[in-house]
Structures are given as structure tokens and as C-alpha cells.
Design a protein around this ligand. Structure first.
Ligand SMILES: NC(=O)C1=CN([C@@H]2O[C@H](COP(=O)(O)OP(=O)(O)OC[C@H]3O[C@@H](n4cnc5c(N)ncnc54)[C@H](OP(=O)(O)O)[C@@H]3O)[C@@H](O)[C@H]2O)C=CC1
Ligand SMILES: O=CCCC(=O)O
Length: 286
């Protein structure tokens, strides 16, 4: 199966490598083209523009930072729309809002092609290990055709129905994650400032009802004030913003998420956007 891949950031690079290693023919593009070189060494072809990749491949996956990037790659010059046509499929795995996804879906459909949104749960390590959770929605036939690729990229994929449902599910999940990370960070700071041993707090949490892989994985580094980026904080804040916008539209009160978002915003102002989202701990500490 030949697949195009647009966007070789933390996630896209790991995902494209997995496809290559599993025998897919992969043609890659990244805005900063030099990031394609590592993939070329592993056997990928390089497309010099998104439209060149679309022209070559029946299926193209995108993994881009945010709504602006997802729209730009589709609608701008040399973008996806210039070459997408009947018989081709476009699969956007970026985390965006349902409005962005719907805009892309409408434009792709007008060209006679198929569209699937398929954002993912799971970060850098699960991406490297093919252990993502895929939240797909849109064209069911295209979903069925993509199952072999999803089986390489993830441990489980869900088909959630119409376009928008994948985006919304992803934002709900990340809103919960951001709020949890914020509460966890406050707890670590409160423990430290009140004279408790923070490692003991981690041990206590891990034996109780709120034990979870995120606290277990990130906690020890956070105690050391180390935040190597797996999920960049700027993307977590984008997801809080988009989830809050969704809640605004349908009048769902989310005071906890709104408060957490304020600290993620503060962290971005303090130049922590490229650190891991666990750096919200550092912003609370300051
Ligand atoms: N990291 C994680 O743990 C997870 C991330 N996600 C989501 O996946 C997506 C990608 O995340 P991640 O890989 O971490 O992000 P990165 O910031 O590492 O990579 C972002 C990618 O988007 C590209 N990009 C940014 N702006 C533009 C633009 N205007 N036009 C074209 N390309 C652009 C970047 O290109 P360039 O290299 O040129 O800057 C890069 O390829 C995001 O939506 C994120 O929320 C989902 C699950 C987990
Ligand atoms: O969007 C990023 C999610 C990160 C994770 O699920 O660990």
C-alpha cells in the first residue's frame, strides 16, 4: 500500500517510520523539508509540496500542529486541494476542532475524494511503539481501507460516525488530561511547599484509586523539574482552548478546565510552549 504523509513533527515522524518499517511505501512532506531526510534514509520518497504527495498517492495522512496548519496545507498554494480527486483519500490525524475538520471535509468532498478525521490518543512513545488509540470519523469505506495502516499505528481504532465526532472526542479526552495534569501539578507543589516528600506523594497516589500511567510516567521527571517534550505544552493549551470553545457553543460549564487553561496560557507567556505539557507544574511553581 502506498501512503503519503504530511507533517513530520514529534508524532508524524514516529508514525511514518512505523509505516515504512511495516512495508508501506511512504512519500513524505514536511514544511521544513530537511526533516524529510531521516525518513528518506529509511526508504521514504520525498514530495516537495503537499500537492505533489497527493498526486502520487491514493491515500495521504496528515499530522499537523493545529487548525491553522491543517487548513493551510489543504487550501494554500501547492496544497492538497490542487491534486485531490475522485478515488483518493485524505486522512487528517491532527488534533483540530470540528469546524476545521468539517471545512476540510467539505472541500475534499467537492473534489470527489474521501475524507476521514482520525486524531489520536497517546504521545511520543505510543507513536513510536505503534500503540496509539485512533479516533476516526467520516467516510466509513475509507476507514475500512485504512485499517491495515491503523493497525500499524495503533493498538485500537474507533469509528465514531460523522465528521466532527473524532475531533470532539479527542478534545474531550485532552480537556480531561489537561485538567488532571494541572491538579497533579498543584498537588506536587503543595506537597513540596508544605514539607512533604514529593516521591512519597507519588508512591501514595500510585497505590490508590487515582493511580494512572500519566502520573506514573511524568511524576518523577516533574519532581526533578525536567520537562522533555513528548506532548508540547503549546498543543495542550490549543486543545484546552478548542475544548472550551466547544463548551461555549453548547453552554456546558467547565470551570475547572477554564482555570487550568489560564495556567497553560501563563506557561506559554513564560516561553514554556515547546516544553512538555507537564511544565504547567513549573508555571504553578513560579
Ligand atoms: N505530541 C503528542 O504527544 C501528541 C500530539 N498530538 C497532536 O498531533 C499533532 C502533531 O503534534 P506533534 O507532532 O507533537 O507536533 P510538532 O509540533 O512536533 O509538529 C508539528 C508539525 O506541524 C507542522 N506545521 C506547523 N505549522 C505548519 C504550517 N503552517 N504549515 C505546514 N506545516 C506546519 C510542523 O512543520 P515544521 O517541522 O516545519 O515546523 C510539524 O511537521 C498536533 O495536532 C497535536 O496536538 C496528538 C497526540 C499526541
Ligand atoms: O494529544 C496528546 C495526547 C497525549 C497523550 O494521550 O498522552
Amino acid at each position: 500500500m502506498e501512503v503519503g504523509f504530511l507533517g513530520l513533527g514529534i508524532m508524524g515522524k514516529a508514525m511514518a517510520i512505523n509505516l515504512l518499517r511495516s512495508g508501506f511505501k511512504v512519500t513524505v512532506w514536511n514544511r521544513t523539508l530537511s526533516k524529510c531526510d531521516d525518513l528518506a534514509e529509511l526508504g521514504a520518497s520525498i514530495g516537495t509540496t503537499p500537492s505533489a504527495v497527493i498526486k502520487k498517492c491514493k491515500y495521504t495522512i496528515a499530522m499537523l500542529s493545529d487548525p491553522e496548519a491543517a487548513l493551510s496545507v489543504v487550501f494554500d498554494k501547492d496544497g492538497v486541494l490542487e491534486q485531490i480527486s475522485n478515488g483518493k483519500g485524505y486522512i487528517d490525524m491532527s488534533t483540530v476542532d470540528d469546524e476545521t475538520s468539517t471545512k476540510i471535509f467539505m472541500a475534499i468532498s467537492k473534489k470527489g475524494a474521501s475524507f476521514l478525521e482520525a486524531p489520536v490518543s497517546g504521545s511520543k512513545k505510543p507513536a513510536e511503539n505503534g500503540q496509539l488509540v485512533i479516533l476516526a470519523a467520516g467516510d466509513q469505506e475509507l476507514y475500512n481501507e485504512m485499517v491495515p495502516a491503523f493497525d500499524v499505528l495503533g493498538k485500537k481504532s474507533f469509528f465514531l460516525g460523522e465528521v466532527g465526532n473524532g475531533a470532539k472526542m479527542k478534545l474531550v479526552v485532552n480537556m480531561i488530561m489537561g485538567s488532571m495534569m494541572h491538579a497533579f501539578s498543584e498537588g506536587l507543589v503543595l506537597a513540596g511547599e508544605s514539607g512533604l516528600d514529593q516521591q512519597t506523594l507519588l508512591d501514595v497516589l500510585d497505590l490508590g484509586a487515582i493511580a494512572n500511567p500519566m502520573f506514573r510516567m511524568k511524576g518523577p521527571a516533574m519532581i526533578q523539574q525536567s520537562y522533555p517534550p513528548a506532548f508540547p505544552l503549546k498543543h495542550q493549551q490549543k486543545d484546552m482552548r478548542l475544548a472550551l470553545a466547544l463548551s461555549d457553543e453548547i453552554h456546558v460549564p467547565m470551570p475547572v478546565a477554564a482555570a487550568a487553561n489560564e495556567t497553560f496560557k501563563k506557561a506559554r507567556r513564560l516561553d514554556m510552549g515547546d516544553l512538555d505539557f507537564s511544565a504547567v507544574h513549573k508555571a504553578i511553581n513560579q
